[in-house]
Ligand binder design. Structure first.
Ligand code: PGA
Length: 251
């Protein structure tokens, strides 16, 4: 059966010393507690190797927030999937709406990134989600289906089985405006149905689908209680060990 997962997305926050301290705090909190979900932190590239040295990977998974769509070469400033993997990280967020919106990431680039992540044994946490206008004009199911089809449905069933999905309505990210648990459940069920149509029931049932967008300790339990919500991708509330752990404990 699919896993429940709470993953932090630190975005462009924390200096290296701050990041190490936060990772140590989360790691320490997990030691004294038997979490009912997998817990992962996705951190800036600059922090990966150092954080890998201070956490217990049995308790806390480590991931990057992006990787390049090339293996190596003359791509100044980029960080490749093999580089990420060489730090000890085993996850990578791909297709976050901020990457799509501010850095022009297309489904074509994302297919390349997913391929490279899988080739390097990184588990992609692949994000989909509609913007406010698409929520309001009712095209949100179509938009999310298209993101899945274009970004992932070139994969074989075996490859798709390695993907974690995150539904993040863009209008709920960092805005304090969470999707209601019913809105999240409706979309997660739709995503699972879409996966089933392409890859069959077993693959669909085994895929973890996380919710992201202003998830916090006060709303996490209601979201995670929904049958198709298998955890969360957490931005702002992952920047303090206490609030992040509050969400982990919602399971
Ligand atoms: P948020 O971000 O929790 O701050 O809304 C979630 C995300 O963008 O992954």
């Amino acid at each position: 059966m699919r896993k429940n997962i709470v993953a932090g997305n630190w975005k462009m926050n924390t200096t290296l010393p701050e990041g190490i301290k936060l990772a140590e705090e989360v790691n320490a909190a997990l030691k004294g507690f038997s979490a009912k979900c997998d817990v992962v932190i996705c951190v800036p590239f600059t922090h990966l190797a150092s954080i890998n040295n201070v956490i217990d990977k049995e308790l806390l998974g480590l991931g990057a927030e992006n990787c390049a769509n090339h293996v190596k070469g003359a791509y100044t400033g980029e960080v490749s999937a093999p580089m990420v993997a060489s730090t000890g990280a085993t996850y990578v967020i791909l297709g976050h709406s901020e990457r799509r919106q501010y850095y022009g990431e297309t489904s074509e680039t994302l297919r390349e990134k997913v391929r490279l992540a899988l080739d390097n044994n990184l588990t992609p946490i692949f994000c989909v989600g509609e913007v406010l206008e698409e929520r309001e004009n009712g095209s949100y199911f179509e938009v999310v289906k298209c993101q899945l089809e274009e970004g992932l449905f070139n994969l074989s069933a075996e490859e798709f089985g390695k993907i974690i999905l995150a539904y993040e309505p863009v209008w709920a990210i960092g805005t304090g405006k969470t999707a209601t648990d019913d809105q999240a459940q409706e979309m997660h069920a739709f995503i699972r149905k879409t996966i089933e149509e392409k890859y069959g029931k077993e693959v669909a049932e085994n895929t973890s689908i996380l919710y992201g967008g202003s998830c916090k300790p006060s709303n996490a339990a209601a979201l995670f209680a929904k049958p198709d919500v298998d955890g969360g991708l957490i931005g702002g509330a992952a920047l303090e060990a206490e609030s992040f752990m509050g969400i982990v404990k919602a399971f």
